[in-house]
Ligand binder design. Structure first.
Ligand code: F0G
Length: 348
């Protein structure tokens, strides 16, 4: 069955009257990353849920198929979101498919260009504000109070309902819930969704480990961050909408929400690409960066080769090619002569 509504219909708030707007999202691979396990001396099995392979290149599509289907059912003409990029890309694509108009408010200059290009090409109406994501969301919420537009940020409960299906798929693939689940945290919708999914689908549940970027870590620091900073623009958020729910997921699962530096994020990002052939966007690597950090400090000392950890890679690396290019050596330019080319290639 294609698409998360078709696949998990009985777990989702849809009826025969709900028009299903789908791009066949979900069904993403769960990949064992043995070379990462070996490189970092992980005593456990690590599987990554590669959400970059969704139709618009991020996990947002799982929630958007449901949010847009419900908006169409309700007869809405307009949907609106604030975004660090991926939500707007997904909202724009699913709105196009539904014949609706997507309105998007983004922080100026803080969106990876792949994501912005998606929102633009799908025909969203986009405004960039001279502020950050938190300012953008505040404006969007105020607009929703005043105008008949449907909010499709993760405060919309249908977004969470759709996104919880990723946890279902992990359990279906493994034949059981993992022992731990590592995940990046930004606006905190996805950790909320996974925890809901695990609770609904399995009596045995993982310990949830959420990771924020060090200078955008309001949940860890215990207060709103006025001017969040990080290279991982997707999670550059200082006042997450689902803050309380993320804390509930952490506490109910006896887990943790912690932070990782930009250097740790880029290190994990390059390790996934270089050791496993998996290209995710920087924010996506925060979960793996967190596992490396926690393993070093002995958090997994009781784990064995039977321990299973799942980590969500939330978005595709092609969303943000600037960061990839900036974090690698650039190609050497030579004359088109075989000797010169071979010299550079180390084929002397
Ligand atoms: N990873 C990526 C690639 C994201 O785009 C986001 C959030 C997250 C992780 C964090 O997920 O917000 O549910 O905790 N992106 C939102 C957006 C904020 O606007 O695209 P979260």
């Amino acid at each position: 069955m294609k698409g998360i509504i078709a696949k998990y219909r009985k777990y989702l708030p849809v009826t025969d009257k709900t028009p299903v707007i789908s791009l066949q999202e979900g069904g993403t691979p769960l990949i064992r990353v043995s070379r990462i396990e070996k490189e970092f001396g992980f005593p456990f099995q690590l599987y990554v849920k590669y959400e970059g392979l969704n139709p618009t290149g991020s996990f947002k599509d799982r929630g958007m198929t449901l949010a847009i289907s419900k908006a169409v059912e309700k007869g809405c003409e307009y949907v609106i979101c604030a975004s660090t990029g991926n939500t707007s890309a997904s909202a724009a694509a699913y709105s196009a498919r539904a014949g609706m108009k997507a309105l998007v408010v983004i922080p100026e200059g803080a969106i990876a260009l792949g994501k912005l290009s998606q929102a633009m090409i799908h025909g969203a109406k986009i405004v960039a504000v001279k502020g950050n994501f938190d300012d953008s969301l505040k404006i969007v919420l105020a607009i929703c109070e005043k105008y008949p537009v449907e909010l499709v940020n993760s405060i919309n409960p249908f977004r969470i309902e759709g996104q919880k299906t990723a946890a279902f798929e992990i359990i279906d693939d493994l034949g059981r819930a993992p022992d731990y689940h590592a995940i990046p945290v930004g606006n905190a919708g996805n950790i909320t969704a996974y925890w809901k999914g695990y609770k609904e689908y399995s009596a045995i549940r993982p310990v949830m480990l959420g990771f924020q970027a060090a200078k955008s870590a309001p949940i860890v620091d215990g207060h709103i961050i006025k001017n969040p900073q990080t290279i991982a623009t997707a999670i550059k958020i200082g006042n997450p909408a689902s803050w309380k729910k993320a804390e509930e997921a952490r506490d109910e699962s006896a887990g943790a929400i912690d932070k990782v530096t930009d250097d740790e994020i880029i290190f994990a990002y390059k390790a996934l690409a270089g050791l496993e052939g998996i290209f995710c966007e920087p924010a996506s690597a925060a979960g793996i960066a967190g596992l490396i950090k926690y393993n070093k400090k002995g958090y997994f000392k009781n784990a064995s080769e039977r321990t299973i950890i799942a980590a969500t890679l939330t978005g595709h690396g092609l969303k943000d090619t600037d960061t990839a290019i900036k974090s690698c050596d650039h190609p050497v330019v030579v004359e088109p002569v075989i000797e010169e080319v071979c010299k550079i290639l180390g084929l002397e």
